[in-house]
Design a protein around this ligand. Structure first.
Ligand code: FAD
Length: 341
């Protein structure tokens, strides 16, 4: 699966922009280090992205996004509809404005995960695939091991919880609140039409990402628990939204459709840091729609925290304590409809 390294959730200067942009800037060097070390090609490419609107009433929203992003030092350019079609001729005549960000990139997510795991293995890590952890062993405020569904026990000096959308299920193990819930994302790939799309394009609540003869169209956002079904409704919504932005996709066939879970927190930002009341538990969960782009900074910051016991400044605002009852003004209601990231 091709993945964007999206800057979409940025909403102006602040702690989350610092986190996202640090990872964005760090990615090219991580990619070359991983590729050199493992020999796995990650397909990292700065194809550039266009954020489009087709309804003139939405131009002020796009202008606000541009105004929010400009102080962050990102390269970007405002385009009217015709200028956008000069860069990307397959865009619909209805596209009336766009922000062009030439540095936005894509990467092959499965290859990235494979390269991270192979690199870890080469450096001495042991990975046990398809082993379900069903509980922890503890000595007062320290975790001493984990128990698997097969009845094995693995001892540990330190536990880093990286259980994605499933994290909320494990709050009883630690007797702490872990506000992470699954949000289903359905996604599909279409065959590229003869006149092909060149850039990542966002518009009408979906994104289109071209690569090697296909276009990935993502993604729905649905609060349906751990149901990972692909639905006719989801696929037709994605298809329809994609055709509105690139009308020639009408002739393209759906090659594949699949779904996964985003790990969502109430403020949509990750939880990174020590688990309260535990001496040797670290949390790295809740990455919502940006877990791939945040993987580089998460790995670096969590490694530093575990090895030095210092919390790197870039993750300090993302501790679990921001959701404690004294500090609950970040809450945001869950949204349920089909929407892109
Ligand atoms: C449709 C879709 C499109 C996306 N597009 C992008 C994108 O373009 N760019 C981007 O940056 N992000 C994207 N994301 C988000 C990204 O996939 C997530 O943020 C990321 O996968 C989170 O990583 P994670 O390691 O925290 O969780 P996961 O990748 O979910 O990994 C958690 C792992 O923990 C395992 N686990 C859970 N409980 C247990 C247990 N008890 N025992 C053993 N193992 C356990 C699970 O099996 C799983 O393997 C997308 C997500 C979806 C659904």
């Amino acid at each position: 699966m091709l993945c964007n390294l999206p800057l979409g959730p940025l909403s102006g200067p602040g702690a989350f922009a610092d986190l996202l942009l640090s990872s964005f800037a760090f990615f090219p060097s991580v990619v070359s280090e991983l590729e050199d070390f493992t020999g796995i090609e990650l397909g990292y490419e700065q194809t550039g992205a266009l954020r489009t609107v087709s309804n003139p009433k939405r131009i002020p929203n796009l202008e606000k996004r541009m105004a929010d992003w400009q102080p962050l030092g990102l390269k970007m350019q405002w385009l009217n509809g015709d200028e956008a079609r000069q860069i990307e001729p397959v865009l619909s005549p209805e596209v009336c404005a766009a922000i062009y960000a030439p540095e936005e990139a894509q990467i092959k997510a499965p290859q990235t995960v494979k390269a991270f795991s192979q690199a870890a293995t080469k450096l001495g890590a042991k990975i046990y695939s398809y082993k379900e952890v069903v509980g922890i062993q503890q000595d007062k405020d320290k975790v001493t091991g984990i128990n698997t569904a097969e009845g094995d026990t693995f001892t540990c000096n330190h536990l880093i919880l990286t259980t994605g959308a499933w994290t909320g299920l494990y709050k009883d193990w630690f007797d702490i609140t872990l506000p992470v819930n699954p949000i289903r994302g359905q996604i599909l790939s279409l065959k590229q039409p003869d006149s092909s799309l060149q850039h990542i394009v966002f518009g009408g609540s979906v994104y289109l990402a071209p690569r090697n003869g296909t276009i990935i169209v993502g993604a729905t956002k649905e609060d349906v628990g751990f149901d990972v079904k692909v639905t006719d409704k989801g696929i037709s919504w994605l298809n329809h939204a994609a055709m509105k932005i690139v009308p020639t996709l009408k002739e393209s066939q759906v090659e594949r459709a699949w779904a996964g879970h985003r790990p969502k927190t109430p403020d949509k930002h990750p939880i990174l840091g020590v688990a309260p009341d535990w001496k040797n538990v670290t949390l790295a969960v809740g990455h919502n729609s940006v877990g791939i782009i945040l993987s580089a900074i998460t790995g670096q910051a969590i490694a530093k925290l575990v090895t030095t016991h210092e919390v790197p400044a870039v993750i300090q605002p993302f501790s679990l304590s921001r959701f404690s009852s004294d500090n609950d003004n970040n809450e945001e209601p869950f949204q349920i409809t089909a929407k892109s990231q």
